[in-house]
Design a protein around this ligand. Structure first.
Ligand code: NAP
Length: 525
């Protein structure tokens, strides 16, 4: 395979050309030889340092200090917003063609630094190399997709009908215009795509932006911020602050200068932001992308090899720390035993190791809280049911230096147990035997979330699945992943119910418009 024919996505990542491996390894070696540098925030295109700092440790080996970052707090959150407000005066009015060109330049810059970004993501989050490179590549693709959307829609300037007023000529235009100043708060698990993607969309729509990443993934976001600076955005159009969510993030949310926010993260923090934003002087757009409790349904007519492969990859890829991870599997009783033995075989062969190594499928979970949660949840599940695989953390030898958790499949847990409904966000999936597909669908939809869902079965059943499932991204008969693996332009990503607020998916036809409000211009000549 040559580079020209290979396009890295979550679906194609299982068979990459050799070049991806050599480039990635070279970057990891380079980065590891130069760890522990200090990185500023970026406000007004200047590096900004504070007295309070924090260390960014790798979950692969917590002795590894990746970098030193700034604890921004309220002072710098406010400063960054003031900078964005100043820059908004002219950026909001910049012609869309210039905005498109600059966002494309930033996307191209990400592509030029894709191996560096991928290597940092792998070291910061614990993603295996292909997942990390895909996150980096998706960052650029989301930005470029939003730019394409603005261009294809002619900047969202639409000539409307002429109203039939006798004796006058009326001209009507509908124009989408930016809101002003936008805040992007992103999670640790896709620190590239879920920072750069919304920032790119907000910018190409004409807003200025303050971005605040998860504390655990400040380095990834800093590289993205550098790419925007290198692309040549005017001072203050893109600002980057680091620091804790409870202080720096909260200060951004509290500041009335904010005209709109994109938050991706947990349901609890997302709903807190939603309620708080509702207390403002008037309604402001609040794009929330929150958790998931994603089901896979397996019919007696399914191709069970595909089903087992898809569930395995989606349950344990990125250690189950994807919002789209398969965390519940409902299997028709006729094929339950066969499916579970296939899934068990795949799971027991998992390579759990340093995620920068080529053979590794699973790395460590991202931080000590997730590691502790794993121990708590597996203890609870061991009392309620049994483990088909996993159930333990690994501590022997090198494992003891990081946060390594076994891929875990829980069975025979009563369907009324609370963990069927609560997102665990870990390499834990739960399997249930069901009498028929109707029972499976009832259980699948009986949660507060509605992010992704997967199905394995025949053609008629697949149609029934699409008609009845309550989720924003749905897949059928997919070995590459039962519920994971969305990509801009192919599977726009977003959730229903408690998984998302906008009802429109990122990387799709209706997304960039969320960052603009409509103005209608009527002129009578
Ligand atoms: P999180 O704890 O909710 O944090 C998300 C972001 O919010 C982080 O930057 C965090 O900063 C910040 N934050 C925390 N408290 C805040 C506050 N009071 N005000 C403002 N910002 C605050 O989520 P996470 O653990 O990083 O990510 C995992 C969650 O994200 C899961 O629930 C997952 O399903 C969801 N997720 C959803 C999607 C989607 O597209 N629907 C995609 C990916 C992940 P700190 O890191 O400093 O705390």
């Amino acid at each position: 395979m040559t580079e020209q024919t290979f396009r890295l996505t979550y679906s194609t990542m299982y068979d990459p050309p050799e070049e991806l491996h050599t480039n990635f390894e070279a970057e990891v070696a380079k980065i590891k030889a130069n760890l522990g540098n200090e990185f500023g925030m970026i406000i007004d295109n200047q590096d900004v340092f504070t007295d309070e700092k924090f260390e960014d440790h790798s979950p692969i080996n917590t002795d590894m200090v990746l970098g030193i970052f700034q604890e921004g707090g309220k002072k710098y959150a406010d400063e960054a917003l003031a900078s964005s407000r100043r820059a908004a005066k002219s950026w909001n009015k910049t012609p869309w063609q210039e905005r498109v060109a600059l966002v494309r330049a930033a996307g191209n810059r990400i592509n030029e630094r894709v191996y560096e970004l991928g290597a940092v993501i792998s070291l910061e989050v614990g993603k295996n190399r292909m997942e990390a490179l895909a996150d980096a590549a998706e960052t650029a693709d989301l930005m470029l997709y939003a730019a394409d959307q603005v261009e294809e829609n002619n900047g969202f300037v639409v000539k409307m009908g002429q109203d039939p007023i006798v004796g006058y000529t009326a001209t009507n235009y509908s124009i989408l215009k930016p809101y002003g100043v936008w805040v992007v708060i992103s999670p640790f698990n896709f620190p590239g795509a879920l920072t750069g993607g919304p920032v790119g969309a907000a910018l190409v729509a004409g807003n200025t932006v303050v971005m605040k990443p998860a504390t655990d993934t400040s380095w990834t976001a800093r590289i993205i911020a550098e790419c925007f600076r290198e692309a040549g955005f005017p001072d203050g159009v893109v600002n980057f602050v680091s620091g804790r969510g409870s202080t720096t993030g909260q200060a951004l949310i509290d500041n009335p200068e904010v005209d709109g926010v994109t938050f991706t993260g947990s349901y609890d923090v997302g709903m807190k932001i939603f309620r708080q934003f509702a207390n403002g002087e008037y309604p402001r757009p609040t794009i929330l992308e929150m958790g998931g409790k994603n089901p896979a349904i397996i019919s007696k007519n399914a191709d069970l090899d595909r089903a087992a492969q898809g569930v395995y990859r989606s349950a344990f890829g990125l250690q189950g720390q994807k919002c789209s991870a398969t965390s519940r599997v409902y299997v028709e009783e006729q094929v339950y035993d066969e499916l579970t033995s296939k899934l068990e075989a795949l799971t027991k062969n998992t390579i759990l190791d340093d995620p920068t190594k080529q053979a590794t499928f699973m790395g460590p979970v991202a931080n000590k809280y997730a590691y502790q949660d794993f121990k708590t949840f597996t203890e609870e599940l061991s009392q309620a049911g049994e483990f088909l695989a996993g159930g333990k953390v690994r501590t022997e030898g090198e494992y003891g230096k990081g946060y390594y958790c076994e891929p875990t499949i829980a069975t025979n847990v009563p369907l009324d147990h609370r963990l069927w409904k609560q997102e665990m966000f870990l390499p834990i999936t739960m399997l249930a035997k069901v009498k028929n597909l109707d029972e499976a669908m009832k259980e699948a939809n009986d949660v507060a979330y509605g992010l992704t869902a997967g199905f394995y079965g025949n053609k008629e059943e697949t149609q029934w699945f699409f008609e009845n499932i309550e989720a924003g991204v749905t897949y059928a008969n997919r070995p590459q992943g039962a519920t994971t693996g969305a990509w801009p332009g192919f599977q726009p990503f977003g959730g229903w119910k408690g998984s998302g607020s906008s009802g429109k998916n990122a990387g799709g036809h209706y997304y960039v418009q969320l960052y603009m409000h409509e103005q209608v211009n009527t002129v009578i000549e």
